[in-house]
Every structure is written in C-alpha cells, then in structure tokens.
Ligand binder design. Sequence first.
Ligand SMILES: [Zn+2]
Length: 431
Amino acid sequence: MHLAGSFYAEDLLAIGAPIFREVDWTAREFLNGYNNSLETELDPVQLFAEALENPEVGFPKLKAAYVFGPEDSGDFERFMWKYRLFSHLWGYGWEQGRQTAVAMIRQAVEHHKRQGLEYVEYRAGFWGEGANLREKMQICAETLAAECDEQFTARYIVALPRDDPWPMYQAVRQLLTERPHLSNILRGLDFASYEEGFPPKLFHSIFQQIQQDNAAQPDQQLTAVYHVGETFFDKSLESAVRWCHEASLLGAKRLGHCIALGLDPAIAVNRRPQAHEAELVSERLDQIAYDLGFASQLQKAGVTIDVSALQKEQQSLVNLAADNQVERPYTSQRFQDIRQRQTFVLNQLTQMGTVIECCPTSNLRIGGVPDAEHHPIHRLLASRVNLCICTDDPGTFDITLASEIEWVLRHTHYTLDSLAQRLGDPRRFQL
Ligand SMILES: [Zn+2]
C-alpha cells in the first residue's frame, strides 16, 4: 500500500487538528486544484473546525471531502486531489521535523496492526534534495523498523518519480551506503502515479543500473515494482497490453494493477467516446516493432499478424512527426485479437514469474473499471499468473485488506478456501 494513502478520515482529523489553521491551503495550487477538479468550494479551515466542534455534523463532511468513494468513480485526476487533502497535511507535518513525521507514520501503522496484518510493504516517495531527502527516507525506514516485532513486519519501498527517477534512486543508494543497516527495511523501488506519457522503454537504463548495483552490493538488494496498465486512455489497447509485457521484461518483480490485461476490450472502449482509437505515431511504431519481434509467438497465440502489412504501415509512419496521432477504429476481429494478446501476455508473465498486484476497489474507483462483473480480476484469477490482492490506498478509499478479500468472495465464484488455494501464500512475493 501507499503509506500516504493509508490514513483514514479520523487520522486526517487527528493529524490536522493541531495544525489546520497554520497550514497554507493555497500552497502548491492545492485549493484551486481541488475545487476546480471536484467542482466544489472547499474551505479546509471551516471543515476541520466544524469536525472538531460539532463532530456529528462536521465529521461526515470531512469524510466526504476526503474519502474517494464509489460515487467519485473513474477519474484518476479527481482521485489525486482528494488524496492531496491528506498529503498536503503530510507534507506540512514532515516540515515540522522528525517527531511529527514519526507520529504520523505510527498513526497509520497502528491501524494495520489492529487489523491483524502481519506483513506490510509501504510505498512512499519524498521530496527535497541531498541530505534533506535522505533524512526523510531514513526517518521513514527507521520508524517502520521500530514498529516491527514478532507479530508485525514492515518493509519500505521508495516510490521514484517517473519524470526523473535518477536523483531519488541515487539518494536511496547513498543512504544505504551511509547506513547499511537500513537495507533490512528498505527493500524496493516503485514506479507509480501518472503512467500516461511514460512508456516502460524510458526506464531500460535505470533498471540496468539497479541490476548492476545489486550485483555490486549483494547485501543491499533493491527490487523494483511497477504500476502499469492502470490508466491508459492515451493509447490503443494493444499498446496498453504491450506496456504490461514490457514492464515485466524490464525486470519488475511485481506489476501494480494490469487492468489492461483483464478488462475486456469491448468494455474498455465503451468507457469514453472514441476511447483508445488514437495514439501517438511513436506509440504505434513501437507496437509495430513489438508485433514484428514477437510475430511467430503472437501468431501461435492466435493473434492475427500480417507481417507485410505491418512493414508497409511502418514505412508510411516512419517519416511522420512522432507526436502526430494515428487513429484506428475497432472491429470485432480486433477485439478478438486483443483478448488473445491479453492471454499471451498473461502466459508470458506466468512463465517469467511476474506477480500482478490486483486492487479491487482502486480499480473500480480510479482505474475506470465500470462494474464488478467486468472487473479485470476475473480474467486474472482464471489465468495462472502469480496474483495477490492489495489495497493500494486503504485510507483514501476507506477500505481494509479484509474488506477487499470479502469483495473478491462476493463477486467471484471463489470460496475462502479456493481463493487461498488459487493465490497461495503471498509472502512468497515479498521483496
Ligand atoms: Zn498504487
């Protein structure tokens, strides 16, 4: 789960109570962004004041302003603004120093202990530079380490910003060099948040570097996990499926979401007018290169691949500007081919041992999955791919791991026993 997404509405109130009047709510465009995106007129000071003075009326209002519920469905941008209602406080709290930061992290971890969780991997990225950035990661790792006991194990995954992952990656390595004991807790790297515009090919060199550094420092292993196939309205469904395959080929151990591998293409294109019909010339060229490279395997998997037509199309596109758009409407044959591609990539992931982290509620509320019946989990469960059920942002969604498992039992034909058998022990996927 994301650490900053695991605070419930009551945590928001508890953490906000002593500071909500000091916080600059207009900083980093928070208030404008929230109000424009959610078409509302939030007054955070009034909201907190009322929740404290008159909880019966005020707390439900605070909760409604924060929790990203079923009625908010389908929009990643809107989700990010509700998420930022907490992360704005989180950022302010971190600036107050170590003590406040430690107290906030403990507040989240206490929930998970009370919920009976035994093992949690927390994803969190930080801001700042140099020693300041390293100190934040150190505080996070040390606080999580201090929470570990016989009943509870915490691990820390650093989330790298996709637009410039290198400085944060180098900061993590430097931190581990300076404080090698943190490698017990700090085990992984994540690529998360906005994925549109960041094709997996951009991360070849950093994945290579991670592998080289792991080989050079065997006692400071960092394993990469990767969010992919979650939000993909910027491209064709073939490309969305391919990105999941490419993320796995990069060497990511676990892939977050992979909705693109489990959502039926006919349902996916119905989500918006002309959804997935247009994509960049560069994206189409990447798809053609992939199809030519995997031609015989794709054909064996039942996907129609016309090599000479693809080569001709490649010739026609190669001289266009890479940021031009190509439009290709869907046919029922194309839908059928995409289903075969999904199966092909699921089989590839199965062979490579790649794990998919499926987050049922997150997919329904921010992943654009229209309803339980068409949830990607059905296809994922039916395949043999390594699969685990995760919560993503349990506080922002007001859910727990137990409620996610209940959701799966309610909406699939699995029983507790058969689900446990299908999934196996998720601890085998730990970093
Ligand atoms: Zn996530």
